[in-house]
Design a protein around this ligand. Structure first.
Ligand SMILES: *Cc1c(COP(=O)(O)O)cnc(C)c1O
Length: 841
């Protein structure tokens, strides 16, 4: 029996699960039990946060049997395991996602309503798990969801940072960072596993013994695992994300110093535990700090011990012969490296096999290469990890030896194939000799992996032609493309229930796991009734975002205006400055003719700048200052606003995507590896203004260029301009509107109290601009004019919106993961549904 009451704020659709009276009663009982026994409160003294935790525990209870049974099932069946290694997991919140994937959202909504509680208010009390910087970390989170949904025996491994990505506060128009103390109230989704703690060694020295090399006199730090459940969508699979936390050994320091200063020795335990203290807040930037190197190794060393323990204790691996030779390791283990951050897994696996398991070196190396695969995420030179040999030598002396040995054998192969080609040897070496000697971690990954992939077609092509050109010549078969994707559960079903319902009405609910089915919407692209329905949902989502912004910033925005949004990390290559130049241009046009009719726009820019990235912080300050000028100018009124969205993160993205009309994806062609924000906007019915960069290229392929606003230089134009020599001044002189914008920035028009405030930004644009802003300015302004024109024709706009939604199926991370599974990991997605706990004994 099912009930439908008007209590449901979220319209009930079947994907939200069937609501049965007896299940509602059970949820209420469980919730009350948790308030009493877990939170130790009665309803007179319980706070909203107590209710959130009681609710989280109630929902968690539904995971437990499925989690245990999934892991038992993997043990019994012993399939090949997939290990995803990442220094970042940008998970966001878990409560609603868990309810949706378990199909209990409707039931829980009803139970909370009957208890007189506002579930949405409680959901707001969950802290984001912000263990990531941006796209790379969010990709890892989407992949976990898809791997569980496809039924892969997959494990995520990473670090349990005590402090995630900082909270961004805007004070006096500037970014301030606040530490993200996300564990302060406890984390109901994790289970500590102190019984599985593992040692990780650092420093020390290597000695030769009759039994081989020995790494001795090391300092030990323990890695304590914390497991979080990763539920698949509607299939009773629950995989594990295992994050390591650093723990001092009991006798830390007492052993070494024995100074008798007991208090100091206890205080010093913190030093070792600093390893998992804080996420480095750089996106696409390498900062060669020793603590970061220790984080990377800590994660790899703990994870590989776990992988090898599981292999040996598996039904298959426990056979004596197999255990000794590790012959079948690649049949049972696939290791995916999310960028070079976990690259030390390669020498570490080699070390374990050779030094500890006594596998002959050649055999061990073959096993390493067969197990490992590497995903590249960027071609920006400042992002590539190049650790100084001196630092590696000190922190990980045995690994440094092994890297030299790997390099020696590798260069022998190169020399055999291209005798006497010294330049090629230098380019392909794992060791860079210019200046301080460094290990090129990307080269190490390519040599140590059987598969190397880029994250969008154009990016994979660029890799083969540039950074890995020599390697592609040597091993063309290693190189693949795996275009990124996003999980349609979080990025449509969860964040946009209005649009989800509308889609279900038309084509059923299969799209949630087969996103290609969205193609079925195309037949209604020109249907005025469906167009109005889609635009009505968009309008409701815009109103919700508008009231959220008014609550948080006090700025009133015109909900009838076009919501023109650029949210992503702040970076020169992403060209938020180009967006700002457009806003200033529109402003100047309005000022020149205040009575002119324009398409009203609310431009929103959001994103964090790395705390040490001076120009990025200036970009935020400029956006705030320009916004301040425009938003308070009575000549402008409702026609134009520029708002800086504070503290962009996963949870804010979930509010923004459904409310966007226009998605800004305007990086210099050749710089954005893929982008995934672009996909979230598309799936939620925003149109894209973008360059032919990253996955934008494939979005245009899927939707047709007539359904996007593509502008600017292509990769070959960029290359040609750079060959010719880019001279920003040419563009500045040629275009009076552009010149006016730059002059305003340079001379303090937006910072009258401090005229030179943004002079440096003007200087960057005119003299030190690697990303060619001014070369694309005119084309961008023109494309924006087209956007404004089309927006006036709401039927045309709606048609394009529907065409975009219907064409976004390729960008499901389910598709991406199915490709990794078949073409890299050698496993087959099962789409298997395990029995629910109550279905068997
Ligand atoms: C998707 C996402 C990103 C990546 O955005 P890009 O536009 O691809 O750089 C960054 N941060 C958050 C919070 C996201 O959800």
């Amino acid at each position: 029996m099912s009930v439908q009451t008007d209590s449901d704020k979220r319209k009930q659709i079947s994907v939200r699960g069937i609501v049965a009276v007896e299940n509602v009663a059970e949820v209420k009982k469980a919730f009350n039990r948790h308030v009493h026994y877990t939170l130790v409160k009665d309803r007179n003294v319980a706070t909203p946060r107590d209710y959130y935790f009681a609710l989280a525990h109630t929902v968690r209870d539904h995971l437990v049997s499925r989690w245990i049974r999934t892991q038992q099932y993997y043990y019994e069946k012993d399939p090949k395991r997939v290990y995803y290694l990442s220094l970042e997991y940008y998970m966001g919140r878990s409560l609603q996602n868990t309810m949706i994937n378990l199909g209990i959202q409707g039931t829980v909504d009803e139970a909370l309503y009957q208890l007189g509680l506002d579930i949405e208010e409680l959901e707001e009390l969950e802290e984001d798990a912000g263990l990531g910087n941006g796209g790379l970390g969010r990709l890892a989170a989407c992949f976990l969801d898809s791997m569980a949904t496809l039924g892969l025996a997959a494990y995520g491994y990473g670090i349990r940072y005590e402090y995630g990505i900082f909270a961004q506060k805007i004070e006096n128009g500037e970014q301030q960072e606040e530490p993200d103390d996300w564990l302060r109230y406890g984390n109901p989704w994790e289970k500590a596993r102190p019984e599985y703690m593992l040692p990780v060694n650092f420093y020390g020295r290597v000695v030769d013994t009759p039994e081989g090399k020995k790494w001795i006199d090391t300092q030990v730090v323990f890695a304590m695992p914390y497991d979080s459940p990763i539920p698949g969508y509607n299939n009773n699979v629950v995989n594990t994300l295992r994050l390591w936390s650093a723990k001092s050994p009991i006798d830390f320091n007492l052993r070494f110093f024995n100074s008798g200063d007991y208090i100091q020795a206890v205080l010093d335990r913190n030093i070792a535990e600093n390893i998992s203290r804080v996420l480095y807040p750089n996106d696409n930037f390498f900062e060669g700090k020793e603590l970061r190197l220790r984080q990377e190794y800590f994660m790899c060393a703990a994870t590989l011990q776990d992988i090898i323990r599981r292999y040996k204790s598996s039904k298959f691996g426990s056979r004596e012969a197999v255990r000794k030779t590790f012959e079948s390791l690649p049949d049972k283990v696939a290791i995916q490296l999310n960028d070079t951050h976990p690259a030390l897994a390669i020498p570490e696996l080699l070390r374990v096999l050779v030094d500890i398991e006594k596998v002959p070196y050649e055999k061990a190396w073959q096993l390493v290469v067969k197990c490992c695969a590497y995903t590249n995420h960027t071609v920006l030179p400042e992002a590539l990890e190049r650790w100084p040999c001196s630092m590696l030598e000190n922190v990980l002396p045995r690994h440094m030896q092994l890297i030299y040995h790997i390099n020696f054998l590798h260069l022998q192969e190169v020399e055999k194939r291209w005798p006497g080609d010294m330049d090629r040897l230098r380019r392909m070496s794992l060791i860079e000799e210019e200046g301080e000697k460094r290990v090129n971690m990307a080269n190490l990954c390519v040599v140590g992996s059987h598969a190397v992939n880029g994250v969008a077609a154009i990016h994979s092509d660029i890799l083969k032609a540039t950074v890995f050109r020599d390697f592609y010549e040597m091993w063309p078969e290693k190189f693949q493309n795996k275009t990124n994707g996003i999980t349609p559960r979080r990025w449509l079903l969860l964040c946009n229930p209005g649009l989800s319902d509308l889609i279900c009405d038309k084509i059923g609910e299969d799209w949630t796991v087969h996103l290609d089915k969205l193609q079925g919407l195309k037949r209604w692209a020109k249907d005025p009734t469906f167009q109005r329905a889609v635009m009505k949902v968009k309008q409701e989502n815009k109103l919700r975002l508008a009231s959220l912004i008014e609550r948080d910033t006090g700025v009133k925005i015109n909900p009838a205006s076009m919501f023109d949004i650029q949210v992503k990390r702040i970076h020169e290559y992403k060209r938020q400055l180009l967006n700002i130049l457009h806003v200033i241009t529109l402003y100047n046009r309005i000022k020149r003719d205040p009575s002119s009719v324009v398409t009203p726009r609310t431009v929103m820019i959001g994103g964090k700048a790395a705390p040490g990235y001076y120009v990025a912080k200036q970009m935020i300050a400029l956006a705030c200052a320009v916004g301040n000028t425009i938003n308070n100018d009575p000549d402008v009124g409702d026609k134009l606003k520029l708002i800086f969205l504070e503290n962009y993160r996963v949870t804010l993205a979930e509010r923004i995507m459904p409310a966007a009309d226009l998605s800004e994806q305007i990086s210099t062609a050749g710089t954005e590896a893929s982008g995934t924000g672009n996909m979230k906007f598309m799936l939620n019915g925003a149109l894209t203004i973008g360059t032919m960069d990253g996955a934008n290229v494939e979005m245009a392929e899927e939707a047709g260029e007539q359904n996007m606003f593509i502008f600017g230089m292509r990769v070959n134009d960029v290359e040609e301009l750079q060959r010719r020599g880019y001279n920003a001044y040419e563009y500045y002189e040629r275009n009076p509107e552009l010149r006016q914008c730059i002059e305003q920035i340079r001379s303090g028009f937006f910072s009258p109290g401090e005229p030179s405030r943004f002079a440096h930004i003007a200087d960057v644009l005119l003299h030190h601009d690697r990303f060619l802003h001014l070369a694309d300015y005119e084309a961008y302004i023109e494309a924006q004019q087209k956007v404004s024109d089309v927006y006036q024709d709401q039927a045309k706009w709606a048609e394009m919106v529907i065409e975009n939604i219907a064409s976004s199926g390729k960008f499901s991370s389910d598709r991406t993961i199915a490709e990794y599974a078949r073409q890299i990991w050698g496993v087959e997605p099962t789409w298997e549904k395990l029995p629910a706990p109550h279905e068997t004994a």
